[in-house]
Design a protein around this ligand. Structure first.
Ligand SMILES: *Cc1c(COP(=O)(O)O)cnc(C)c1O
Length: 795
């Protein structure tokens, strides 16, 4: 949009007066932010209404992305950038005596997700708007988001995230679009006069689902899509006891803080059905305003299931088509499969979601009947060709459990993994039986990120340098970063690149100094590992690397100075992960208080990792630690964000790391460790002995001993627990097996650091190659291959 500074300043002052009946300069920073947010919302609301009207008028096929988590991050900066008014607004704010960064920082960061899964969903919504695809989000408006993390005596403490304490400026309550979701009760199938069956419900618990819509503003294209999040409320007019009201409100009160493995809890099942049913019902209601014949649904609607949490969309859509629309089973099934598609996010069988049939039938009796019929028909259709054994292994129901991943595959026309390796391994192991039956459904869609947030907003100095070097086309199409490689031999450019990195490091160092009181010299390597705390992600291996360096420096060896920066939340019930958090804080205490380590080696664990913190850490990173055990990380996306900011990846050959290496070049990152097939062989042969490695490698021996011999303060029981996992339980994630090659790889980075020009060249190769990982391309591949929804303003 076009906006002059003068007009903005007048509008902003008027908005402040309108909202708070006071002058801008008398308002709190939060109020200044709110006035600005409401003003910006007004700027795009016409386009928001017009986008919806256009989709309806042109009867464009729409995609609905069902995800139990979204992590949009702060939206003010992103909306200003995408509207093309960021510079104008910032100039206006400055002229009004306000600091833009301070105003931006007053916005809450909605933590409606745990990590990669939720952030991916939000990146996709941003990307779809930016390429002009008709894509909507469908999820849950949790009253409390992911816990706020503090450290007390080195332990993680969880505080509630009351993000709605102040009104959330970007959302719009749409009470006129509320729907009723039914739980429990009994259902009887009664014959209609025409012979068809009618499902009659008795004694159900009804819940009102109220949508709150948030605009997803496209980049410079006037497109504004919608993220719809549902809130549970008592049905108006019903006589509700306080207890009943509390039970209803509980449905959308809290986000489960586990990033995997939360099955088996009834409230979670309620959450899943709640947003899935509300989403499906509102899609059908909207569809029916324009069409009479539900058989046309797949022509106008695609529903995507992000992981298995919304997999009961298969059953809910069947329910609507069978019971509400009176369709026969075969027609309903055909439409369901054509409408739905599914993304798998894990390779770990134990992370696959299952629900006890008994719990499922109590809470969702009609869906349980439909699930039983899906199972019966699946077995009947494929047993003859594939044999009872195979079909039994992958049927939706077995051993009294409903297996959601299998249901999702059977009820969808397309199934994908999130990186080439992951998609291949799905076919070979986790979903191999269903791959035998439905090979044509399987495909790969490597994840992506939004460089608008991670480069343009988070890294203004790098962005400005790129603009002056190759122009601004990369801002729309980040593949246009490739021509930057022409600067590989330009010492002046490389110096400027280093200077931009230095500014970012300065900013992060200031934050760390304020928050933790630690000094981070700017000439040190900033070595970053930011992600959920999980055994498979192997933060422990990183800790072992730090202890190796500590011992070496103690021993008089000289190493380039390194700052090890962590950000990670652990699920509150995940004992081992919390033990590793305590360990990292213990190692930080040991090292940061040792005068011999000052300026050389420091450990910086910044609490409360989330999108906004990531925006501060990532631009400052020199090294990106992506060290999961090969075959365990489905894709990873922090690896992409960090590469696009010029960090060098220190990586195992896992997930998207492999594609990053292909893109940037073998000399632009450092890899180490067992490969997927070596891991599989080692595990199958039972030849691995962590104790033998411990006995054979003196450094490793020393480091493992440090866990239990009192060298590291405050970790007596946690150290024992971790040592026991390594030695008694034989090191499930092969930390000891990869230790030596990890250290060797890390030393290669130390050596490269001594040649700043070569380091800068490697950083540049990463930046130049990072554009292909933009989610703008990922969603277009989904649109073309899976959803049949095409970009309209895209690149
Ligand atoms: C990108 C992102 C993640 C995902 O990180 P991985 O290293 O891919 O697991 C998690 N949390 C936040 C806040 C992110 O921005």
């Amino acid at each position: 949009m076009t906006l002059s500074k003068k007009r903005f300043m007048a509008d902003y002052q008027a908005e402040a007066l309108h909202l708070f009946a006071d002058k801008l300069e008398h308002l709190s920073t939060l109020q200044q932010y709110q006035a600005l947010a409401f003003l910006i919302k007004g700027y795009y609301s016409t386009n928001w209404a017009q986008t919806k009207a256009t989709y309806d008028r042109q009867q464009q096929k729409q995609l609905y992305y069902f995800s139990i988590e979204f992590m949009p991050g702060r939206l003010l900066g992103s909306n200003l950038l995408n509207l093309g008014i960021k510079d104008t607004v910032e100039a206006g704010l400055s002229e009004l005596g306000l600091d833009p960064e301070t105003v931006y920082a007053a916005e809450v960061d909605p933590g409606l997700g745990n990590g990669g899964l939720g952030r991916l969903a939000s990146a996709f919504l941003d990307a779809m708007a930016s390429v002009g695809m008709a894509g909507n989000g469908n999820g849950i408006r949790y009253q409390y988001g992911l816990f706020q993390q503090r450290f007390v005596d080195g332990y993680q403490v969880e505080l509630p995230d009351d993000w709605l304490r102040n009104p959330y400026a970007w959302e719009t309550r749409k009470e006129n679009r509320a729907v009723i979701v039914r739980f429990g009760g009994t259902v009887n199938l009664m014959s209609r006069p025409d012979g068809s069956l009618e499902a009659v419900y008795h004694d159900t618990d009804d819940v009102l689902a109220v949508p709150y819509d948030t605009a997803m503003v496209g980049y410079h294209n006037q497109v504004v899509n919608t993220m719809r999040l549902w809130s549970a409320e008592p049905v108006p007019g019903g006589a509700h006891s306080l207890e009943e009201k509390a039970r209803v409100n509980a449905i959308t009160q809290i986000l489960y803080p586990d990033d995997s493995d939360t099955a088996g809890r009834e409230l979670r099942l309620r959450q899943e059905y709640f947003f899935t049913s509300a989403g499906v019902q509102s899609i059908i209601t909207h569809f029916r305003r324009y069409h009479h014949d539900l058989r046309l649904l797949p022509q106008f609607v695609a529903i995507h299931i992000n992981d298995t949490h919304p997999a009961m969309a298969v059953l809910e859509l069947m329910r609507v088509l069978l019971d509400d629309a009176g369709m026969d089973w075969d027609t309903a099934w055909q439409i369901t499969v054509k409408t739905l598609s599914y993304t798998n996010h894990t390779l770990m069988a134990e992370a696959l979601e299952t629900w006890p049939q008994s719990m499922f039938s109590q809470l969702l009796p009609r869906l349980a009947q439909i699930a039983g019929e899906v199972d019966r028909r699946f077995r009947a259709a494929y047993t003859r060709r594939f044999g009872e054994l195979l079909v039994d292994r992958c049927a939706p129901i077995a051993d009294g459990q409903l297996r959601m991943a299998y249901l999702a595959v059977i009820g969808s026309h397309a199934v994908n993994g999130v990186a080439k390796l992951h998609s291949k391994l799905l076919q070979q192991s986790l979903l191999k039986d269903l791959y035998m039956i439905f090979p044509e459904r399987f495909n790969n869609k490597t994840n992506g990120i939004t460089p608008r947030r991670w480069v343009q907003i988070a890294n203004p100095d790098l962005s400005a340098l790129i603009d002056t070097t190759i122009g601004t086309n990369w801002r729309r199409d980040p593949r246009e970063l490739v021509p930057l490689v022409a600067q590989l031999e330009d010492p002046q450019f490389l110096t400027q690149l280093q200077a931009a990195k230095r500014v970012n490091k300065q900013r992060l160092a200031a934050l760390v100094h304020t928050e933790l009181g630690l000094e981070m010299p700017l000439d040190a390597i900033y070595d970053v590992q930011i992600k959920r705390l999980h055994a498979y992600k192997r933060q422990l291996l990183h800790v072992f690397g730090i202890l190796e360096a500590y011992l070496a420096i103690k021993n008089g060896e000289s190493r380039p100075p390194r700052m090890h920066i962590f950000g990670a939340k652990a699920a509150p019930s995940y004992r081992y992960a919390k033990a590793v958090i305590r360990l990292i804080n213990g190692v930080a205490e040991l090292i940061n208080h040792d005068p011999e380590m000052a300026g050389k080696l420091q450990v910086v664990f910044i609490p409360n990792y989330g999108v906004s913190l990531a925006e501060q850490i990532i631009p400052a990173a020199d090294i990106s630690e992506q060290i999961s055990l090969a075959g365990t990380e489905a894709s990873g996306t922090s690896n992409m964000k960090l590469m696009s900011n010029g960090a060098l990846t220190l990586a195992t050959l896992d997930g998207a790391n492999i594609e990053i290496q292909e893109a940037a070049g073998a000399d632009a990152m450092v890899t180490f460790g067992l490969t997927t097939s070596e891991v599989a062989q080692l595990q199958a042969s039972h030849a691995y002995s962590a104790k033998a490695l411990y006995a054979a490698n003196p450094t490793l021996h020393r480091i493992v001993d440090m866990l239990t011999d009192g060298s590291i303060p405050g970790i007596a029981s946690e150290g024992r627990e971790i040592a026991s996992e390594l030695l008694e339980y034989n090191d499930t994630y092969l930390v000891l097996a990869d230790f030596a090659s990890y250290i060797a790889a890390s030393k290669r980075l130390d050596a490269l650091w001594q040649k700043p020009q070569q380091w800068a060249q490697a950083a540049l190769k990463n930046i130049a190659a990072s554009g292909q990982f933009s989610a703008d391309f990922t969603v277009q591949r989904y649109g073309r291959d899976v959803w049949d929804v095409l970009p309209t303003t895209g690149i």
